[in-house]
Design a binder for this molecule. Structure first.
Ligand SMILES: [Zn+2]
Length: 251
């Protein structure tokens, strides 16, 4: 009895469309592979999924001849129960090395080191190495692009920051320039003097003291001779407008 189409597809997809014994794919072999009964029907093997293995013609033939001709014992590798890595390791030259007696017998019976298969593994190895190099190149290009993006973003941030700084400085300048210029000490003195000269004919007797206070320029005339009674005028002059804010005579 042939297994159903549904089971065939299930076995095929489960195997990833490659021979579960040797790894040759449908694409590489140019067509569908076969379904092998791990325990042959002739030796009471069932059609249950756990007795079915997707296998290429070569592996299927070698295995079938072995089993039916020599023994009924499952002393070769069963892909349904063990991963390949339990029994084999692939060498750089494409050959399989057995790790267990089961592996060793399987290599022998299924001819898993047949020359075309060894060549096939080497081609696959080269392809994998080439893919790894390509992936690395793509990664380097991606990282470089990312670095460029980050650098240009950093430069943009810096430009924005400088612009912000310039704006702040410009605003500061504007505040300073719009503030009224302060009256110079000379100017304050001549305003006080022009005012005082009207009340005091002779200001040569006085010593002038000039100080800038929060309320304006303080111009004080003090007598040079401490014995002289009274004092000169005391003026407070607005530090910006030059207006006389207060005036006091002591003569
Ligand atoms: Zn095969």
């Amino acid at each position: 009895m042939k297994i159903s189409q549904r089971d065939f597809e299930q076995v095929r997809e489960r195997a990833g469309r490659v021979c579960e014994y040797c790894g040759v794919s449908e694409i590489d072999s140019g067509g569908l592979l076969t379904v092998d009964h791990f325990q042959p029907r002739a030796s009471s093997g069932s059609d249950a999924l756990d007795n079915l293995v997707y296998a290429c013609f070569q592996c299927n033939n070698y295995k079938n001849a072995y089993w039916t001709g020599k023994t009924a014992l499952a002393d070769i590798w069963n892909p349904r129960t063990d991963p390949a890595s339990t029994h084999f390791v692939e060498l750089e030259d494409g050959r399989l090395l057995a790790l267990t007696p089961v592996g060793s017998r399987t290599i022998e019976v299924l001819r898993l080191n047949r020359p075309p298969l060894v060549d096939y593994r080497r081609v696959k190895q080269r392809n994998r190495a080439r893919d790894a190099v390509l992936a690395r190149i793509i990664e380097v290009i991606r990282l470089r692009r990312q670095a460029e993006r980050e650098r240009s973003q950093a430069m943009k941030d810096q430009t924005d920051l400088l612009k912000e700084l310039r704006d702040i400085l410009a605003a500061q300048d504007m505040i300073e320039t719009t503030e009224a210029p302060m009256l110079s000490a000379d100017r304050a003195l001549s305003i006080a003097q022009a005012d005082a000269i009207q009340a005091y004919r002779d200001l040569s007797l006085y010593r002038i003291r000039l100080e800038l206070e929060p309320d304006g320029w303080h111009v004080d005339y003090e007598p040079k001779d401490p014995k002289v009674k009274g004092g000169g005028p005391h003026d407070v002059i607005d530090r910006f407008t030059g207006a006389i804010v207060s005036r006091r005579y002591e003569q």
